[in-house]
Ligand binder design. Structure first.
Ligand code: ARG
Length: 467
């Protein structure tokens, strides 16, 4: 018979684990990150075991003292992890038991299947709160920038062609709106993570009179799971979280792409501060927007993680299967990637400077107001389709004569259509164009200011709530 210390899995086993098996199956090298939540789960479980008289008050004290000590040692980086003990759960329990014999009672009525699901749900709830804070931070950076350069007008683009003039602030607030949906999706995901699996055992609950509601309250979950088989094999909350993060990463990649384009010599709308750009090892003149490029690129790995998780679950038979251990690295990677990207982008936006001249030059292209001229005709009773056609003809004529549309002679305008007169040219004012857009959601100066105020309030309240 192997000694108990060699045979991890008890009396059933006559040989210690093969080294290759140990290395292949261990997860402690990454799931150690769950230690705080694992220990919180264990302390709650122990308190419940004392409540139903499985642990004596003295045993409970030992267990709590031991777990808290271990937690502090891990905090300080002093705890010795061992791959022979497979995962974070076994490492902590084995070390506790080595120090206090009462540790051998901790796993009563519990399996690692409900234990790991509990630790991950606790971990994710905290993670989501951190991500939400970082999203709000990026929203604030966008709002601050929008306020700083409130008067700046740029061309809005469709098909990457200049379309109509907009306030830069309106463009930036579009991202604030996107990020708000990401914030909401994460809040929604947190609701479904907020369920306690502990008490489900390995698959079929327990014959012991465990008090699940008590544990639920101690750990701050909203409710207990209703089906033990579902509870130990459900990883939907991880998929949902990753899906929400994938969309968030996609939104970030779009913002990053705008910043990259705007910082090119061709656009020249912004300059990113030196401390937030990199140089080229060969070309001395280069100043590269690497942060934005990596932020754009990292969406790939978050999307990849989502695919990996979905594939992991596809066709998996009930209930817990070891495959599920593969969820962790994808989850941690997504959480880290998204969090770091949000933080660095927010910081970088504080160091972006707008080139007012370039923005003015680009947005004073009179063709950006061709639609406004069509609207001018509509107000004079011309059906829109005809108005569209007539203005199009004027654009073509200007192109043919190689002059700006504002320099077509009145005779030529009249030739295109008698409805045109000198006052039509008054349409070609960016200021007028913006103030004429008075309907909700438009880039009108007054409306955008209102939006900025609305966001300032929302973000300030959010900040206060977290303090
Ligand atoms: N390390 C395992 C995981 O992450 C913990 C659960 C192990 N359960 C088991 N029945 N082998 O999934």
């Amino acid at each position: 018979m192997p000694k108990p210390s060699e045979a991890m899995w008890g009396g059933r086993f006559k040989a210690a684990a093969a080294t290759r098996l140990r290395d292949y199956t261990e997860s402690v090298s990454y799931d150690w990150q769950l230690y705080r939540h694992d220990i919180a789960g264990s302390i709650a479980h122990a308190k419940m075991l004392a409540r139903i008289s499985i642990l004596s008050p003295h045993e409970l004290d030992d267990i709590i003292e031991g777990l808290e000590k271990i937690r502090d040692e891990i905090d300080r980086g002093e705890f010795k992890w061992s791959t022979a003990r497979e995962d974070v759960h076994m490492n902590i329990e084995a070390e506790l038991t080595r120090r206090f014999p009462a540790g051998a009672k901790l796993h009563t009525g519990r399996s690692r299947n409900d234990q790991v699901a509990t630790a991950m749900r606790l971990w994710l709830k905290d993670q989501i709160a951190e991500n939400q804070q970082a999203i709000a931070g990026l929203q604030s950076a966008l709002e601050t920038w929008a306020s700083r350069d409130f008067r700046v007008v740029i061309p809005g683009y469709t098909h990457m062609q200049r379309a109509q003039p907009v306030l830069l602030a309106h463009h930036l607030l579009a991202y604030v709106e996107m990020l708000e949906r990401d914030y909401d999706r994460l809040a929604d995901c947190a609701k479904r993570a907020d369920v306690l699996p502990l008490g489900s055992g390995a698959i079929a609950g327990s014959t012991l009179p465990l008090d699940r509601q008590f544990v639920c309250k101690l750990l701050g979950f909203s409710r207990v799971s209703e089906n033990s088989m579902d509870a130990v094999s459900d990883r939907d909350f991880i998929v949902e979280y990753n899906a929400a993060c994938a969309l968030l990463a996609v939104h970030i990649s779009r913002l990053a792409e705008d910043l990259i384009l705007w910082s090119t010599a061709e656009f020249h709308f912004i300059r990113i501060g030196d401390a937030y750009t990199t140089g080229s090892s060969l070309m001395p003149q280069k100043k590269n927007p690497d942060i934005a490029e990596l932020a754009r690129g990292k969406s790939g790995r978050v999307i990849g993680n989502l695919m990996a998780l979905l594939t992991l679950l596809k066709g998996l038979p009930m209930t817990y299967n070891r495959d599920l251990q593969e969820d962790k690295e994808r989850l941690f990677d997504t959480a880290d990637t998204v969090q770091n990207t949000l933080l660095i982008l927010a910081e970088m936006l504080d160091h972006v400077e707008v080139d007012q001249e370039s923005c003015k030059r680009a947005s004073s292209d009179p063709l950006l107001l061709a639609t406004d001229l069509a609207d001018w005709l509509v107000e004079r009773g011309v059906p829109f389709r005809r108005a569209h056609h007539l203005v199009g003809a004027a654009v073509a004529l200007a192109e043919q004569k190689k002059v700006p549309i504002t320099q077509i002679s009145l005779r030529d305008w009249k030739k295109i259509s008698p409805e045109f007169d000198a006052s039509a040219l008054e349409v070609f004012s960016v200021e007028k164009a913006l103030s004429a857009r008075t309907i909700a959601g438009s880039p009108n100066t007054r409306l955008v200011k209102q939006q900025l105020t609305r966001w300032q309030k929302i973000l300030a309240t959010r900040k206060k709530e977290r303090e």
